[in-house]
Ligand binder design. Structure first.
Ligand SMILES: [Zn+2]
Ligand SMILES: [Zn+2]
Length: 345
């Protein structure tokens, strides 16, 4: 296994498992596949992290008494947390010491918290995505240009990067606990990111793939909105009213479906409720479904329907939706009736 290599580099504490394996391969002038084969070939001795979970016998930990962070062990439990196909890097970190930092594996870690520059995930020469081998070998695998030379440094916003670093490198929690905290923070932040990218899922993903500096800016704005619910609901109301004139309501609310479907789990639900009853929609002629109101406000749909019929007789006419303007004007009394009905139960 590892002792079969002539060159056995020492791993760094903050090095990624993948990055270390690639470094072993590179320093021994063999391919990554060959390196894997040598390391994992001892019959019956070990399983890879992928197969065995966190506690699987890990030859690297065995050799050095160290456990490097291996995203493949955690990707099943936390599928949204990691970049699996591309390898981001901070060019300044690499110039200091040439190895892959584990923290770069976090998909939402988009700027280096130490250097304040945006991470790089594409070759500035051919614009292809970068893999771990390219970073270790310093050359873009696709166009062969020297990555460090073609890289254009852009400053990046680091508020979220600092958060990731604080949690990931805290010493009083298990890895499971740390990743759970990060995962939940990212889930909470997500609808705010949608809001600042105009509700579009596609454009958000495109930005993350193409321009991490820009993405880190959006993260900063989204984080600020989490602290300013009033501003968030104003912004959402503006977005909804702009889209309402040209799109079907389901298209308008679709980006926030996860919040509507599980409104007690998301801080953003408060922003949605505040925006829909903020006075921006008093004249809105578009429809909102009763189902959505019931989910968002967590009230029973039958009681809600009854309350609407009591407060606004003949408005609904048997439909499962009402005009947003009618709801916005009467939300207080409708919801109050629902709550009273609930108390009588
Ligand atoms: Zn750095
Ligand atoms: Zn290239």
């Amino acid at each position: 296994m590892f002792k079969d290599f002539l060159i056995r580099p020492k791993s760094y504490d903050d090095e990624s498992h993948d990055g270390f394996l690639h470094r072993v391969a590179s320093e021994n002038h063999c391919t990554f596949q060959d390196a894997l084969h040598v390391i994992f070939s001892e019959p019956g001795s070990c399983k890879t992290g992928q197969e065995g979970g966190d506690e699987a016998f890990d030859p690297i930990a065995f050799e050095f008494g160290k456990k490097l962070f291996n995203k493949h062990v955690w990707k099943k439990d936390f599928p949204k947390l990691f970049d699996l196909l591309t390898q981001k890097f901070c060019v300044k970190c690499l110039k200091e010491r040439h190895y892959v930092r584990a923290i770069w594996d976090f998909r939402q870690y988009t700027s280096c918290h130490l250097h304040g520059v945006a991470l790089i995930n594409r070759c500035d020469n051919c614009h292809g995505s970068i893999d771990t081998a390219s970073v270790i070998n310093k050359h873009c695998r696709k166009c062969q240009s020297l990555l460090m030379d073609v890289t254009i440094e852009k400053s990046g916003n680091t508020r979220f990067a600092h958060e990731v670093n604080e949690v990931f490198n805290s010493t009083d929690k298990s890895m499971q606990e740390k990743l759970t905290i990060l995962n939940s923070r990212i889930e909470q932040l997500h609808p705010y990111l949608r809001l600042v990218s105009d509700g579009s899922i596609k454009s958000l993903n495109d930005i993350r793939k193409a321009d991490l500096a820009r993405f880190s800016e959006l993260q900063d704005v989204a984080l600020a909105l989490m602290d300013e619910p009033q501003e968030g609901s104003e912004r959402l109301a503006k977005q909804i009213s702009e889209k309402f004139s040209k799109s079907h309501p389901s298209v308008v609310f679709n980006p926030y479906r996860e919040v509507i479907n599980d409104s007690t789990a998301f801080q953003f639900a408060g922003v949605m409720k505040a925006s829909l009853t903020s006075g921006h929609f008093e004249d809105a002629q578009n429809f909102i479904s009763i189902d959505m109101i019931s989910r968002l406000w967590q009230v029973d749909i039958d009681e809600l329907t009854q309350a609407i019929d009591t407060v606004l007789p003949e408005i609904r006419q048997g439909q499962k939706r009402i005009k947003l303007g009618d709801f916005a004007n009467n939300a207080d009394s409708i919801l109050k009736l629902c709550r009273e009905a609930n108390r009588d139960d």
